[in-house]
Design a protein around this ligand. Structure first.
Ligand code: NDP
Length: 264
């Protein structure tokens, strides 16, 4: 299947690990030119080295950029324009979650979660908006979470911030279509990736293997598909929504949770 993205330019924030990195792989495999960013230069270099080995002819730009820093996003957008002439697809993936119940959530965490979820999209969008508007296939595709519609008390601040992001992206889809930019999201359940690897390292029972640990989480949480998602799975949903394959879709939120959703 072709995503109709050959030679198109895709920007992936948080492309140096997990879901973002798999999204970059898929975009490159389908002939897109890709710019990715992350904050940690070593992680970024490791990702770039792996991608260049896998896709020797890849047109790839890997830049350090903190999506919470406006100037950093502007510099990233300039670098993309210099290298590729502009961007067609912005995939806003960078981020992480905050695990804590209400009583354990300090004021700063509420503020930083709201900041990350909203400005993690607003800053890159502001930096790339002109480029996306100049493209005839412009799109913004956001990684969001099922928490936006199905809050979890043990991630109360993240759930609230995710709901705010879903609300904002819906308004944005109406606002930006005037510039020809489609805006869509994916709603993730639990997906195996860096965040989960780091939580696994801190597991209570160190004798548990990764498979046992993951399987136990899926069973305990009642995920109908009996497992966590693999990063390649949300990557496919993201590339679909970002690409002209979804040319008549805007304002959508696609569930990628293995059936974990409980709403209609
Ligand atoms: P990873 O930790 O594997 O990857 C996160 C990526 O984002 C890294 O490349 C990281 O690089 C980058 N990043 C984080 N903060 C910033 C920042 N401020 N500026 C630029 N880059 C940043 O996590 P996942 O792949 O699991 O997560 C991807 C997205 O999916 C996140 O937004 C996450 O919240 C969301 N999500 C994931 C779920 C899951 O179960 N995995 C569930 C629900 C949502 P660096 O640290 O070097 O900046």
């Amino acid at each position: 299947m072709s995503f109709m993205i050959e030679d198109r330019v895709a920007v992936v924030t948080g492309g140096s690990s997990g879901i973002g990195l798999e999204t970059v792989r898929l975009l490159l495999a389908h002939g897109a030119r890709v710019a990715l960013c992350g904050r940690n230069p070593e992680r970024l270099d490791a990702a770039r080295a792996a991608l260049v080995q896998e896709f020797p002819a890849a047109e790839l730009l890997a830049e350090t950029c903190d999506v919470l820093d406006e100037a950093s996003c502007a510099a990233f957008a300039d670098a993309v324009r210099d290298r590729f002439g502009g961007a067609d697809m912005l995939i806003a993936n960078a981020g992480q979650g905050y695990v804590a119940h209400f009583d354990d959530t300090p004021r700063e965490a509420w503020l930083s979660e709201a900041n990350l979820k909203l400005f993690g999209v607003i800053n890159p969008l502001s930096a790339f908006r002109d480029q996306l508007a100049a493209s005839e296939i412009g799109s913004l595709t956001c990684v969001n979470s099922l928490l936006a519609l199905q809050p979890e008390p043990h991630m109360i601040a993240t759930s609230a911030a995710r709901a705010a992001l879903l609300n904002m992206t819906h308004s944005l889809s109406h606002e930006l279509i005037g510039d020809g930019i489609r805006v869509n999201s994916i709603l993730l359940g639990m997906v195996e990736s860096g965040q989960w690897r780091r939580r696994f390292e801190q597991r209570d029972d160190p004798s548990q293997t990764w498979e046992e640990w993951i399987g136990a989480i899926a069973a305990k949480r009642g995920i109908p598909m009996g497992r966590l998602g693999r990063p390649q799975e949300p990557a496919r949903a993201l590339v679909f929504l970002a690409s002209p394959m979804a040319s008549f879709t805007t304002g959508a939120a696609l569930d990628v949770s293995g059936g974990f959703n409980r709403h209609l």
